[in-house]
Design a protein around this ligand. Sequence first.
Ligand SMILES: Cc1ncc(COP(=O)(O)O)c(C=O)c1O
Length: 448
Amino acid sequence: MKTEEYKRRFPTSGKLYEEARKYLPAGVNSTARAVWSGWEPYPLFVANGKGSRVTDADGNEFIDYLLGLGPMLLGHRPEAVTKAVVRHISEVGTVFALASELDHTAAKKICEIIPSVDQVRFLNSGTEAVLYALRLARAYTGRKKIVRFEGMYHGFADTVYWNKHPSAKAVDAQGGGIPEPQGPGVPEGIKDTLLICRWNDPGALTQLVEANHEDIAAIITEPIMCNTGCILPKPGYLEAMRALSQKYGILLIFDEVITGFRVALSGAQGLYHIDPDLSVFAKGLGGGYPVAALGGKREIMRLVDTGEVSLAGTYSGNGIALSATSAALDYLRTPGLYDTLGARSRKLREGIDRLWRRSSIPAYAVGAGAAFQVWFADRPITHYREAAAYADSTLFRMWWEEMLFRGVLFHPHYFENLFVSTAHTEEDIDTTLSKAEESIAAIEKRLS
Ligand SMILES: Cc1ncc(COP(=O)(O)O)c(C=O)c1O
């Protein structure tokens, strides 16, 4: 690790971090920003962002592929969204506890874009939306258990904050997952409501479901695993999951917090042509403002319609979130936008992939649409256990710091993703590729 160089390049962040630690645990407001999530020796402090660029507290400018861990799909301070929000807060207001026309006009846009969604309820974060999706699934089916997959993250609620990145101990003799809380403080009793499965393995899922189907309310999955680097579903896997869930009356929940509106306008479900029962959207939705949506089939949402299931929230559907969402979705529906975003993302991902494959280090890039990650591994990574066993985090760290020192920013942890925004230009992509070439040469030199 080039700690001294980091300190030399980013001294103001170091000073701010010392101050921040006095008042904020770990000096930050979320785990993913903390030192132990990869931001060693201390997190970078931001001054501002504009479009595809971020400037840190020392005035260093970066091409930004962190993008707030996803929400800045339109880049920083996207004009159309900023204007809509500023107009709304200065001319309308933010919270009324009354219905407004904007509630249903924004909802209608999601229903028009996502074929599986007949109705939506707006919420404030992905965590909330997942929590409610699970409640709704349990209420609808009258069953208690949820199948979740190793390596995925569905928010920090007690009910699902399990087996995100489980230990080697959380496997039984047959290779099945044993529920393991992601940390202390999560109530032990919740384990009886969870079934843990290996992803991308239709046989493992079939076995688990066939043995437990009478108790299973829902299978929740990210349609592309974006919380253990980036792992694509094997051909036919999501289809098998859909068929199995339908066979046993189990709801299929797609957690599209990351993939929604990003890997395609209609999300991963549009990309792979799968029709889930419930879907959760968040990061791609609001042009950088805090908003989430739980959407699904009318027959299931009926329980919310009648009041049998309560989905509440003082700030749910607030004016900031909805004016942002409405403007962001209008922008995302600009003809040709996803063609350009897709082409630039592909050029970057394939370019980085080519550069690494040409190098002496085994590494390759995997992704879909505007999200991808580089795996430092000598074999394909298809699920969490393979990532934990075969992917090299030390090489990833070298890659991260060489790119950072050359003005390219992404998250330092190899289990996160690089995101491309609609604000990234052709020139940004070309510059990034040339920085990647230099970085790879520098790493080869460091290793030789
Ligand atoms: C797939 C997925 N689901 C849910 C969440 C939780 O969303 P939030 O951070 O908005 O609560 C995340 C956050 O990273 C996520 O990646």
